[in-house]
Design a protein around this ligand. Sequence first.
Ligand SMILES: Cc1ncc(COP(=O)(O)O)c(C=O)c1O
Length: 393
Amino acid sequence: MTSDALMNNYGTRTMSLVKGEGAWAWDDQDKRYLDALAGIAVCGLGHAHPAVTAAIQEQAGKLVHCSNLYNIPAQEQLADVLKGVSGMTNMFFGNSGAEANEAAIKLARLHGHRKNIDVPTIIVMENSFHGRTLATLTATGNRKVHAGFEPLVRGFARAPFDDIEALQTIAANNQNVVAVMVEPIQGEGGVCIPADDYLKQLRVLCDENDWLLILDEIQTANGRTGSFFHYQQHDIYPDVVTIAKGLGNGMPIGACLARGPASELMQPGNHGSTFGGNPVACAAAVATIAAIQQNRLCQRAATLGANLLEQFATQLADCNTVKEVRGKGLMIGIELTLPCAKLVGQAANAGLLINVTADNVIRLLPPLTFSDDQALQLIEILVPLIKAFSAES
Ligand SMILES: Cc1ncc(COP(=O)(O)O)c(C=O)c1O
C-alpha cells in the first residue's frame, strides 16, 4: 500500500511492517522477518516489549500530555534514572535525536557568548551524521544531506574524524571555537571506530582550550556498544551527551544531558518544547532502562557482538569483496569494496532486515535481546548472500 498523499522524501517504500514481537517483524502479507536492524538502533528490547507496553498503557490511561508549564513526574523520574546511569547531572528532553543535538548546539553557543565570543564555532567531523534540522544538517559531514538546503548555518568548522592533530591545528588558529561535537563511533558514516585513545585525547584537548566536549551518542547509547553510554568504556565524562533512538524502545524521545559548568548554562526562557518530556514517552524510557539493567543487556550486547564479529570475520575471510568486518557490541559494519544496497532487498526476500549505509557498509543493529539462535540464523542467511554477491561482482 502506498499513498500519494505523502511527501516523497523517503522515496518508494516497498514493504509495510505491521506487527512485531521481540526480534521478529511481520509485513502486511504476514511474511515474517528476522529484524537485525531494530528500527535503526531504536527497538533495543525488540518489538512490543511487555514491560514497555505496560508502562505506555498505564501512563496513557492516566495522562497522555502535560505542558512543561507544570511538573511532570514521569519526566523527573526519568531524569533521576538517567542521572544515575550516566553520571551527568542535568538534562533537557526533546522528541528526537536532532532535537537533542539542537539543545547541545545551543548549549555550546551559550558557553561561547558567556566568554564574549561573538561567533561561537563548533568543530564537527567529516563523515558525521547529526540530524536533519538546519543546524544539525549543517553539523553533518555529508554533502548529500546539505544539498538543496543552503545557506547552511554559521558557526561550524569541519575536521577529519579520528585526527587529534587536525584539531590541535584548529585550536592554534581559530579563537572562536567553543566546542567539539562528535559521534564516538560514526553510525550513518559506516560504523567507523576511532583509535582507542581518541575520546581521552579529545577530553584533554577540550579541557586545555575550555571547549565543551559534546558526544552524540544517539546511535551508540542505550547499551548498544556494550555499556549504557559508549564513553563509559573510555573512562571520561563529556560535558554534554545526546541520546535518542533506543531510549524509549520506539516511543519518540531524545535527551541532552550535561554536567559541570555546561549544566548551568540554560536559563528560564532559553529553550523549550511542547511535547518534549511527554509523560508517556518518559514512562516508556524508564521501563526501557529498567529492562536493560535487569536483563544485563549491555553485557549481553558486548559478548554477543564480539561473537558475531568473530563469526562473520571467519566465515567471510575468503570473500574478495569484503574489505573489513568491524563493530562494537551490537553495532556491526561489514564493509564491502563496492556499493551493495541491493543486498537489503535480497536479505528481505530471504526473511532478514538489514541496512546498508555509506553505500558499501552492511550495518547490523539487532535488538540487544537477540538470542544465540537468532544470531545463528542471521549468519546463516547473510553470509551466503554476501558470498553470492561477491561471486557475481
Ligand atoms: C548519531 C546520530 N545523531 C543524530 C541522529 C538524528 O536522530 P533523529 O533521526 O531522531 O532526529 C541520528 C539518526 O540516525 C544519528 O544516528
